[in-house]
Ligand binder design. Structure first.
Ligand SMILES: C[S@@+](CC[C@H](N)C(=O)[O-])C[C@H]1O[C@@H](n2cnc3c(N)ncnc32)[C@H](O)[C@@H]1O
Length: 288
């Protein structure tokens, strides 16, 4: 007969309801992420390594540490809690929209200045940014002569580092459309099993730590913002504040791409739906 212990009894570290509630409050206040009670085990599992690394005896001590040294430990908490699932050309219909509708409109609008700024907010390990860049450059090789740059931000430092390196397991090659192959180099010799993004793309993208709940250093205008599969973890009031801030950075006609199950319905009046979870900034009332 197999005897099973009641839930929680055989834990390596004591983790009380109060500890969980405190971590939830902090994660919501600092990162915008809304953790439901169903995430309790996940939180335990993700933070247990952190407790071991710090040599702490229980979650109570971890909560105390968070209260005392939030700056440094908050980053570690962000690394541990965030879900970084991503892939190249995730949501292919959105890339078709980018190529066939958004880009022709943006090209028309910015062809004199030949300047384009893009933000991938919640970029994870960079596959999204490199897909955007490869999609645009495959559609418009002349973009290489434009002053175009992309800012890629996240709260997970390990992901950001991988994005900067632009090196991925070679089995991710199968997610690339043929038109994007030329922007990826397959590793040989000691790099076998990896593929690396070409310098042409890497040099235009800056990966930076940015907590969407904190200060933003950029001023806009940002005609293209991707914030996909990030707000799914945010509650409605947090989403509202976030989209008001995006709207302030986008020119009328600017595009905002959201994730598959994300929508601005009852969240923002500043945008209108123009594609699959793709929104366009409305003209400012009384303005252009
Ligand atoms: C599921 S991934 C999505 C990656 C990519 N956008 C995509 O759709 O494939 C969500 C990302 O949002 C980031 N994230 C979560 N909360 C954040 C916050 N408050 N500020 C910035 N990034 C955040 C996570 O670290 C994670 O890398």
């Amino acid at each position: 007969m197999v005897l099973t212990a009641p839930a929680g009894v055989d834990r390596e570290f004591p983790f009380s309801d109060e500890d969980f509630a405190e971590i939830c409050r902090l994660v919501h206040r600092e990162l915008g992420i809304h953790l439901t009670p169903a995430k309790r085990e996940l939180v335990y599992g993700r933070l247990v390594r952190r407790l071991r690394a710090l040599g702490l005896p229980d979650f109570r001590s971890y909560c105390r540490l968070l209260a005392e040294a939030p700056e440094t430990e908050l980053r570690e908490l962000g690394n541990a809690i965030s879900t970084n699932m991503t892939s190249f050309f995730r949501g292919p219909a959105q890339f078709a929209f980018l190529r066939e509708q958004a880009w022709p409109a943006l090209r028309e609008r910015y062809r004199t200045a030949r300047r384009l700024r893009i933000w991938s907010a919640g970029c994870s390990s960079g596959q999204e940014c490199y897909s955007i860049a490869a999609c645009l450059l495959a559609a418009e090789p002349a973009l290489a002569q434009w002053d175009w740059r992309m800012l890629a931000t996240d709260i997970d430092e390990r992901c950001l580092q991988q994005g900067r390196e632009g090196s991925y397991p070679a089995d991710q090659w199968h997610g690339l459309p043929e038109s994007a192959h030329r922007f990826f180099l397959r590793g040989r010799g000691r790099h076998a099993g990896h593929m690396r993004v070409s310098r042409q793309l890497r040099q235009r993208i800056t990966f930076r730590y940015l907590n969407l709940m904190g200060e933003w250093p950029m001023h806009g205008p940002l005609p293209l913002i991707f914030c996909r599969n990030v707000i799914i973890y945010f509650d409605k009031p947090t989403q509202r504040r976030l989209f008001a801030r995006f709207a302030a950075l986008q020119p009328p006609g600017g595009y905002l791409f959201l994730g598959q199950s994300e929508s601005l319905l009852r969240v923002s009046e500043d945008y209108q739906l123009v594609g699959q979870n793709i929104y366009q900034r409305r003209a400012v009332a009384g303005g252009g």
